[in-house]
Design a binder for this molecule. Sequence first.
Ligand SMILES: NC(=O)c1ccc[n+]([C@@H]2O[C@H](COP(=O)([O-])OP(=O)(O)OC[C@H]3O[C@@H](n4cnc5c(N)ncnc54)[C@H](O)[C@@H]3O)[C@@H](O)[C@H]2O)c1
Length: 258
Amino acid sequence: MDMLKKLFSLEGKVVLITGGAQGIGKVVAEHIAAVGANIVIFDQQEEKAKAAAEAIAQEYQCKAMAIGVDVTKPEKIAAAIKKADAEMGKLDLLFNNAGIVLHKSSLDLTPDEWFKVINVNLNGIFFVAQAFGRYLISHNKQGAIVNTASMSGTIVNFPQQQASYNTSKAGVVQLTKSLAVEWADKGIRVNCISPGYIFTELTSFVRQDWQDIWKELTPFKRMGKPEELAGAVIYLLSDSASFATGTDLIIDGGFTLV
Ligand SMILES: NC(=O)c1ccc[n+]([C@@H]2O[C@H](COP(=O)([O-])OP(=O)(O)OC[C@H]3O[C@@H](n4cnc5c(N)ncnc54)[C@H](O)[C@@H]3O)[C@@H](O)[C@H]2O)c1
């Protein structure tokens, strides 16, 4: 039991989760609290994020707070990190997860639509990672970051057309590797997860015939659940992963294999 606890505990850690108001971020935040961490949520849906933090604090008897933050705004991120540090006493780990998707063909996409997806999914991941890296280094701390990429960074999804999303997620994978190398000598590990189709608010609105095709193309013949990602995030954030950096952990029910 002691060994198990040592391997996968986040006891005493404060973990920042972006996009934690709903979906993968919220469910993973609950699991992170369950293994002993205190929680900070950054999400642009402020009320929903606060409700999620309150529920987590109650359920897991931990400290949890939320701040309304748009991850595309570097100054707001820096101010929110300062505020969270003041309120929680410290920050240790980051699950950098906020993201959006747009299903639209490249021929029809407007410049603003392209900018928006790249801005949230790639620039947003960079701005939060950069601010968190600066925070750790300026406080003489080591730490770990897990970015949410996607299998869309590796394959091209079908039948929906989503070049902006696929491109942004390929960027997240390469950003993860770049930061891993840049920050290796600073004791900051940077890894990413690449989920396949996961049933959340992001995907639940998608037309049923597309969801049926996604399931058919997945060897497991189903979509994943957010809780099926939690163990991977906890592993990569924990000291168990002390030799892992720049890893892209694909969790997709076998989708990218066939
Ligand atoms: N659901 C899937 O099938 C799937 C698959 C692979 C990767 N992902 C990725 O997982 C992450 C979470 O996805 P999800 O399915 O939970 O989606 P979701 O829509 O349920 O949750 C995303 C959260 O991010 C927040 N957010 C969006 N833009 C933001 C911004 N500019 N600033 C701050 N917060 C913002 C939203 O408010 C929301 O709470 C995303 O990066 C997504 O691309 C999802």
